[in-house]
Design a protein around this ligand. Structure first.
Ligand code: SF4
Ligand code: MG
Length: 333
């Protein structure tokens, strides 16, 4: 496939006060050198604990916040050169967890869906809105004139999906978009998203803390830890065997649908370290049960796993000659 997005070495650092009573300012390295592609027509899942930089990465992709460093190429056009934030925002739409947040409580849902297209000067916004409401499973004769508070959470999320599609995006970023829904409603919305992706030729970035949901919807998965990519690869490969110890711990905490398929990996203990002052070398070394001296001393590079070029992990165990005691064994396999 062709990449729709090429994200290269994205960096976003936020200034914060280092303490409640301190005047010194510090920096949270929310996204700290993140690179990845999103291929046309695929769903890329992004996972990691809260605060790992998933949402900041999403906001960079949609142009809601500006990059400090790095580059984004959107369908061949580079941000800042060929296109500006405005044009990026037009091609990328986002659906958030809180189904209320992006809906104006004083607008009927048909007006909410028609609002963006109207502003953009797109053809027949109201008609477009009614068609899209029908397409997301909300009969316009019954629902068009209702207000957000008259809908269930699942119905409101369908409205938000219709709103996003009304802008004719190329990429839709779903940031915990089904996380607030009941399990049965969640499944319906996931199926709807899959159908819409095929029908409209969409590309998705799907951010979620729920690994079962990510597995269901994603072609590839990107794992972030403290502002960095630690593993990326095909969902099948990663769900079968996690290469990075952090990914393995994350997955060990996941309630398994299949009791024969539980890992022996102990689940992750404690919270991630403070992103203001991330650990040296491999940022996971303070929590990793395989950590050795080399891990604190040197940052591991993303290495190819199992000869599969599409599967990468940043861990000294997978870097031949890194000096980690398990690296040679791995390389000899
Ligand atoms: Fe663990 Fe070292 Fe690999 Fe980091 S580089 S994940 S600390 S073994
Ligand atoms: Mg988030």
């Amino acid at each position: 496939g062709q990449p729709l997005i090429i994200a290269k070495d994205l960096k976003k650092h936020f200034p914060v006060r280092s303490g409640l009573f301190s005047r010194r300012s510090a920096t949270v390295r929310a996204v700290d050198g993140v690179s990845f592609d999103v291929m046309k027509g695929e769903t890329l899942g992004i996972v990691g604990e809260s605060g790992c930089g998933k949402s900041t990465t999403a906001r960079l992709l949609i142009g809601l916040i500006e990059l400090d460093e790095g580059g984004i190429i959107f369908d061949g056009d580079s941000l800042g050169g060929d296109i500006g934030l405005k044009e990026l925002r037009r091609g990328v739409q986002m659906v958030f967890q809180d189904s209320y947040a992006s809906l104006n409580p004083r607008l009927t849902i048909v007006d909410s869906v028609a609002f963006g297209p109207k502003i953009q000067g797109l053809d027949k916004p109201a008609e477009r809105a009614r068609d899209l409401l029908a397409r997301v499973g909300l009969d316009p004769d019954r629902f068009a004139q209702r207000y957000p508070h008259e809908l269930s959470g699942g119905q409101r999320q369908r409205v938000n999906i219709a709103r996003a599609l009304a802008m004719e995006p190329r990429l839709v970023i779903l940031d915990e978009a089904v996380s607030a829904l009941d399990k049965s409603v969640e499944a319906q919305v996931l199926n709807l998203l899959n159908d819409l992706r095929r029908e409209f030729g969409l590309t998705y970035v799907f951010i979620s803390h729920d690994l079962n949901v990510v597995r269901y919807i994603s072609d590839r998965v990107l794992v972030m830890y403290l502002g960095e990519v630690v593993e990326i690869g095909p969902s099948e490969a990663i769900y079968a065997k996690q290469a990075h110890p952090y990914t393995a711990s994350l997955f060990a905490a996941m309630p398994s649908m299949d009791p024969d398929n539980r890992t022996e990996e102990p689940p992750l203990a404690g919270d991630p370290p403070n992103p203001i002052d991330p650990p040296s070398g491999c940022r996971f070394h303070t929590r990793c049960r395989f950590a050795e001296d080399v891990c604190a001393a040197r940052k591991p590079a993303l290495s190819i796993i199992g000869g599969e070029e599409a599967h990468l992990a940043a861990c000294h165990i997978h870097e031949p000659g890194s000096g980690h005691s398990l690296a040679n064994r791995e390389a000899a396999q």
